[in-house]
Design a protein around this ligand. Structure first.
Ligand code: AMP
Ligand code: MG
Length: 355
């Protein structure tokens, strides 16, 4: 139990899980390490045990479907197919199609075909390096969803089953996989009639229902200036039935010659996005598909930068709210979160609510 409490603190995202001690009426709690991140599941209800088992199994299944570092995954099978059409199954084809939708909506800011560029920076192997400009330019010629083909519908209403990539193109589902997993967990919670749960898949939170006492779940937004301090927040969100997904440059980075390079790549340059943002949190109702949307958008809005991200939010293309933190200490909160966001005191941040 102590380990679980410690992990909650270590994750820095989830506060007040509502349980100090596991007893008969307490929640089912799990720590899972998958998708390169620590995950914590806290599930209430009569069927919590079976729901937790199903959720854990689903997370591992998705990891082995979508992981780029697992040679046996369907994504690896596709990435290593050298242009051949391969049977990857309906679920992966559907997710590729969803990813393509967000590429289009975000004008290319979110793009799973960024994979070879992510690798060139060493983020797949942890052997970090700054690639040569020439190399980046060559790799960028393979980036773009036009290099991905789907085929093999068994009927007009069925999904595609096969996929191929042009030679040189690879896909990386790291910007969307955890959000997709949180959507899948919400289906499991529905099936098991789970009344309340709090899930943190790395920076991806699903606040399912409310806390057992009826109050909202409290979800901390990590202070990007103190990433190793799990108690440092720019603020707390009070959420009920919502997804909250954060992308931050502090999550994975390396330093070379005094310059910091992080893992969210701008597909228009091949370089880590550099526009003043240090984190983006996207919040939406816990409706099916919104976990995936929040994840894709948090990555895309990080690439866009503050002004374009605000334009995108105002366009109404997708139904969400957001919190942007920039390197100068400005925290921008969209109007829909005003009533549920509580600014942290003493962090040196200034706060602005925009509409
Ligand atoms: P997230 O933490 O959800 O923002 O996802 C970041 C991860 O997504 C990175 O570690 C890469 O694997 C991948 N990625 C990086 N840049 C992009 C991008 N522009 N579009 C889609 N995925 C990306
Ligand atoms: Mg993402």
């Amino acid at each position: 139990m102590k380990r679980i409490a410690a992990l909650f603190l270590a994750l820095g995202m989830v506060l007040a899980a509502g349980c100090a001690k596991k007893d008969q009426d307490g929640p089912e709690q799990r720590e899972v390490y998958a998708m390169d991140t620590a995950m914590v599941l806290t599930i209430y209800g009569e069927d919590a045990l079976r729901a937790a088992n199903a959720a854990e199994e689903e997370i591992y299944r998705l990891d082995s479907l979508l992981s780029r570092t697992n040679e046996a995954s369907k994504v690896s099978l596709l990435n290593n197919a050298e242009g051949k059409m391969v049977p990857v199954g309906v679920a992966l084809c559907d997710l590729i199609q969803t990813a393509a939708t967000y590429t289009e909506l975000t004008d290319g800011a979110f793009d799973i075909t960024i994979a070879p560029v992510v690798s060139a920076w060493g983020f797949t192997t942890d052997h970090y390096q700054v690639p040569e400009q020439e190399e980046l330019e060559e790799l960028l010629t393979h980036v773009g969803m036009e290099h991905v083909q789907l085929s093999g519908k068994s009927s007009a209403s069925a999904g595609y089953e096969n996929a191929s990539l042009d030679p040189g193109t690879q896909i990386d589902m790291g910007g969307i996989a955890k959000g997709y997993a949180s959507d899948r967990l919400s289906v499991i919670f529905q099936e098991h009639q789970i009344p309340q749960a709090l899930i943190s898949l790395g920076g991806n939170v699903l606040a399912w229902g409310s806390k057992p006492n009826g109050s909202a779940w409290r979800v901390g937004i990590q202070d990007p200036n103190a990433p190793s301090d799990p108690n440092a927040y720019v603020g707390i969100l009070q959420l009920t039935d919502a997804f909250a997904v954060t992308s931050g440059s502090y999550e994975r980075f390396f330093e070379q010659d005094g310059v910091t390079y992080h893992h969210i790549i701008d597909p228009s340059t091949g370089y880590p996005a550099q526009n003043g943002l240090v984190s983006v949190t996207v919040v939406a109702d816990a409706a099916q598909g919104n976990g995936t949307m929040c994840d894709a958008l948090s990555t895309a809005l990080f690439v866009m930068g503050r002004e374009k991200a605000l334009d995108f939010w105002r366009s109404g293309a997708c139904d969400f709210e957001m919190i942007l933190v920039d390197e100068d200490g400005l925290v921008t909160v969209t109007a829909g979160l005003e009533d549920c966001f509580q600014a942290a005191e003493g962090g040196g941040y200034t706060y602005e609510v925009v509409s």
